[in-house]
Design a protein around this ligand. Structure first.
Ligand code: FE2
Ligand code: FE2
Length: 318
């Protein structure tokens, strides 16, 4: 392709994005756009399925049948989110095997929040309330992102995330209306999950290398700092209703900016966890690899069954 042809394709591509038209799998796209989307969508897919692990750990210990059914449904939703997102990612020309391989070898990242342990039942409440709450803030803008398959997957994901957030908040509310000991459990979970949840919204704008390009492609509509502020402003009143204290002595309403001021985030901790030194990094990856290896017979059986069905169909056709 000549340079002039590439220039013209690029111009058409930019115009589509500017007009809020979707880019579809068979459309021409710059290589950098394809690569960035493979990276982001796969990281997102990996986060969904690794995110099943800390909560799956509590399904058998849920305190009632109702809680068990809700948690089970939530964890199944996360598997579904992984499935839509892996499928969306495959439309960019990468295979599922390669994506899994990147996760299992540690070449691809997933959200660092899942490298923290879930110590008590209250963690199921705090995760739904804070982690799914922060995920919604990150993900709602993606429903109108430029890559069609990603945007369409996100519409359904976001609807389900809001159920996750509410089931978590309801667990917190019950604990906070319970005994003093139960309320303490809720406070302890908030203390442990608050800061990692703020980190989920990404590094500060000044340290975020991808923000500018992602804003151009509408992969991002707001910067990390704006999203974090939105999360804090929305969550503090919810903590007030629970009667819990946010573990930040510097948290204070700022009338002028119309939002809360907050204390410094420990970015060293964040980077340690990103680099694989969080409390649960090794366990999460080991669990994923085990699931993959132990599931081999299921994949083999499914392939053998599909092949048999095909052979049968072909025979009938003759
Ligand atoms: Fe999800
Ligand atoms: Fe969720």
């Amino acid at each position: 392709m000549s340079e002039a042809e590439i220039k013209s394709l690029e111009a058409q591509f930019e115009a589509k994005i500017a007009n809020d038209e979707k880019i579809e799998p068979k459309d021409w796209m710059p290589e950098k756009y394809r690569k960035t989307h493979i990276r982001q969508i796969s990281q997102h897919a990996h986060s969904e399925i690794v995110g099943m692990l800390p909560e799956g750990n509590w399904i058998t210990r849920a305190p009632s049948l109702r809680r068990k059914a809700a948690l089970l449904a939530k964890v199944q939703d996360e598997a579904g989110h992984g499935l839509y997102l892996y499928s969306a990612c495959e439309t960019l020309g990468i295979s599922r095997e390669e994506l899994y391989n990147q996760l299992h070898t540690g070449a691809a990242k997933y959200s660092s929040i899942f490298n923290y342990p879930t110590l008590t039942w209250a963690d199921m409440g705090a995760i739904g309330w804070l982690v799914d709450g922060a995920a919604i803030i990150n993900q709602v803008p993606l429903c109108s992102t430029s890559y069609g398959p990603y945007a369409r997957a996100m519409v359904r994901v976001c609807k389900e995330e809001s159920f996750h957030q509410r089931q978590g908040y309801e667990i917190m509310l019950s604990l906070c209306n319970g005994t003093e000991e139960q309320k303490q459990m809720a406070q302890d979970a908030l203390n442990r999950w608050w800061w990692p949840s703020l980190m989920m919204l990404g590094p500060e704008d000044k340290d975020s290398v991808h923000t500018e390009q992602s804003m151009k492609w509408k992969l991002k509509r707001k910067t990390n700092d704006e999203l974090r502020q939105q999360f804090i402003d929305q969550t503090v009143p919810q903590a007030d209703i629970l009667g819990l204290t946010i573990p930040d002595p510097e948290l204070k309403w700022n009338e002028d900016k119309g939002g809360y001021d907050f204390g410094p985030i420990d970015w060293d901790e964040f980077w340690q966890v990103v680099k694989g030194h969080g409390p649960m990094n090794k366990k999460r990856l080991d669990d994923r690899r085990n699931a993959w290896e132990k599931g081999k017979w299921v994949r083999d059986a499914a392939m053998a069954y599909a092949q048999k069905q095909n052979e049968r169909k072909n025979k009938q056709a003759i």
